[in-house]
Design a protein around this ligand. Structure first.
Ligand code: SF4
Length: 567
């Protein structure tokens, strides 16, 4: 496997580290990327304040223990289990042995969800971890904040630092979720919801005709190294169980699945053969493996099917289409709806969060915001209220294909119906004709809906609608969505997001190319492009790039250079 960061300049600029924070009962090691800022761009005020040590700039990091793709020597072993110690504090958890595997589950009659503890006012290590992690770009970058906001900096820091108590309150109210199955001890916990950074999800998974275990684990690592906050394993082909096991054991981020896919595999591809008992057994098996959240299309009901007849594209969600087919063949109500309480019991036994699926999301611009879509959303809201009684953590999935002028209605209606529970949208794609560029078409919609408060954006790759994404497509999709999420965070007023852009501006004005690459969302690509378009420059890690123009305008017409000369 190739190293993710090959360039010697980037290796010397960006370092993976863990910041040690003393919590209530444990020391927490919060992952960060640390950028060594060049002396030349550091403002004089900072130099005076920190004369000995060159200040570094800290970035939120999702890459877990991975620094380069070369580190995956044996995916059977897995990564360190950082939550194992934390879980020993929970009296409600029991450990059982099943087929040579150690499984954690709630003791009979007990609950173990983050929401259960939050409602009781108990701050779990996961809540503490999320609070420290969300605040890391503020607590570690104080010197930069003081420089940028001067006398207002104290107020900004005070408002932006998130406390474990606040996280606990939001989890109790269902406004933030921490997907963290007790059987996924390798997880570095993260939160999804209001007041937090906008998160992104990357989908991976094989299909019946492509890919295998090693490729899918590699894609997961690739996705988290590019910045994915969660990964959904949407495998539908052979070896589903072993692919998922390998992904979970090696994943520092929450893993989501759509269990109906495996159920359909077990039912030999025929929805008619699916039964509640088969579905229930798959839920338990995946929960015991450590899946952190399930997408369940329980809001799609029999009575919604006639509404779909009016559509151009019908049902485009795979899970939705399977459930619809089952209802038609059995002439019965959706079994995930009728068995919802039993599903919630299972979820609360292992602390699997639920992402209530949008099986009726519009699959083309013509179908956007139609009756079928909102009829399902109403049921999603009813299901969330029922899940609350079981202390299950809930988020709601959203569309789909929506034109720009109809996007904001979606989040307003969702907030209203679903009590501001986290919204998790696929894009939305804003035009149907961007085939090959749907990552861009959907990122436009994602940025708009993200700025308005959507908690997590599900990425779309350039291969959407045409094929299974490979590793490069995953990278393209993740980085595109990092742009949407970051732009949303600036619009939401997160000071940490704004600060990074200000540092980039400083690096541009000072022609500090290495800083520009290191601060970019895709350092490798921006450096590679610079090198390709400036062939006379050699990068060897020792020599600095000190050119004060680029080939875009050339030395005589470089506006940045000219305006400096005029100063
Ligand atoms: S040459 Fe043009 S694009 Fe390049 S740094 Fe100067 S102003 Fe910017």
């Amino acid at each position: 496997m190739n190293n993710f960061i090959k360039s010697s300049i980037l290796k010397s600029k960006i370092r993976k580290e863990y910041v040690n924070i003393k919590g209530k009962d444990f020391h927490f090691f919060i992952p960060v990327k640390k950028i060594r800022i060049n002396e030349s761009i550091i403002p004089d005020e900072i130099k005076t304040k920190s004369p000995i040590k060159t200040p570094e700039y800290y970035i939120y990091d999702t890459a877990g223990p991975y620094e380069s793709m070369g580190e995956l020597s044996d995916f059977q072993i897995g990564i360190p289990k950082i939550r194992e110690e934390w879980m020993k504090l929970r009296e409600q958890v029991q450990i059982i042995q099943k087929e040579n595997k150690t499984i954690r589950k709630a003791k009979h009659g007990e609950r173990v969800t983050q929401r259960y503890y939050a409602k009781k006012g108990i701050i779990t290590p996961e809540m503490e971890y999320v609070a420290y992690r969300e605040s890391i770009e503020i607590t570690q970058n104080k010197i930069w904040i003081e420089w940028l906001w001067k006398e207002k900096s104290e107020e900004i820091i005070e408002k932006a630092v998130i406390s474990p108590e606040w996280i606990c309150k939001q989890v109790a109210e269902g406004k933030i979720i921490i997907p963290a199955n007790i059987n996924h001890p390798e997880l570095e916990p993260m939160g999804i919801g209001q007041g937090l950074r906008t998160k992104i999800n990357a989908n991976i998974g094989n299909s019946a005709i492509r890919s295998g275990i090693k490729e899918e684990v590699e894609k997961m690592i690739w996705a988290v190294m590019c910045g994915a906050d969660t990964v959904m394993d949407l495998s539908t082909g052979e070896e589903i169980e072993s692919i998922r096991e390998a992904i979970i054991r090696n994943s520092p981020v929450p893993i989501g699945t759509v269990p109906i896919y495996e159920v359909l595999e077990k039912a030999e591809g025929n929805p008619e053969n699916i039964s509640w008992e088969l579905y229930r057994d798959i839920l338990i098996q995946q929960a015991e493996q450590g899946v952190d959240y399930f997408t369940i299309h329980a809001g799609l009901l029999e009575e919604h099917l006639p509404l779909v007849e009016k559509r151009l594209a019908g049902i485009v969600s795979r899970g939705g289409a399977i459930i619809a087919q089952w209802m038609k063949e059995h002439k019965q109500q959706n079994f995930t709806y009728t068995h919802w309480d039993e599903i919630c019991e299972i979820l609360s036994t292992y602390d699997v969060a639920v992402s209530i699926g949008d099986g009726l999301r519009p699959g083309c611009i013509y179908d956007a915001n139609d009756e079928a879509q909102f009829a399902e959303l109403k049921i999603q809201s009813e299901l969330a209220r029922r899940a609350d009684k079981f202390d299950v953590q809930v988020m709601h999935e959203g569309p789909g294909h929506i034109p720009m002028n109809k996007i904001l209605d979606n989040i307003e209606i969702q907030k209203d119906l679903c009590n501001s529970a986290p919204f998790y949208t696929l894009g939305p794609v804003v035009t149907d004709i961007a085939t090959g560029y749907d990552h861009i078409s959907s990122a436009i919609g994602a940025t708009l809906i993200g700025s308005a408060g959507t908690a997590m954006l599900c990425y779309v790759t350039p291969k959407e609608h045409i094929g299974l994404p490979d590793r490069e497509d995953v990278r393209e999709g993740v980085i595109t969505y990092k742009i949407s999420a970051h732009a949303s965070d600036i619009a939401k007023g997160l000071p940490s997001a704004f600060l990074r852009d200000c540092l980039m501006a400083l690096a541009r004005v000072k022609f500090s190319w290495e800083d520009q690459f290191a601060l970019a969302l895709d350092p490798e690509k921006s450096l590679k492009m610079f090198m390709e378009s400036n062939p006379c420059i050699k990068e060897n890690g020792e020599n600095k790039i000190n050119q004060n123009y680029c080939t875009m305008c050339g030395p005589k017409f470089c506006a940045m250079k000219l305006s400096k000369t005029n100063e």
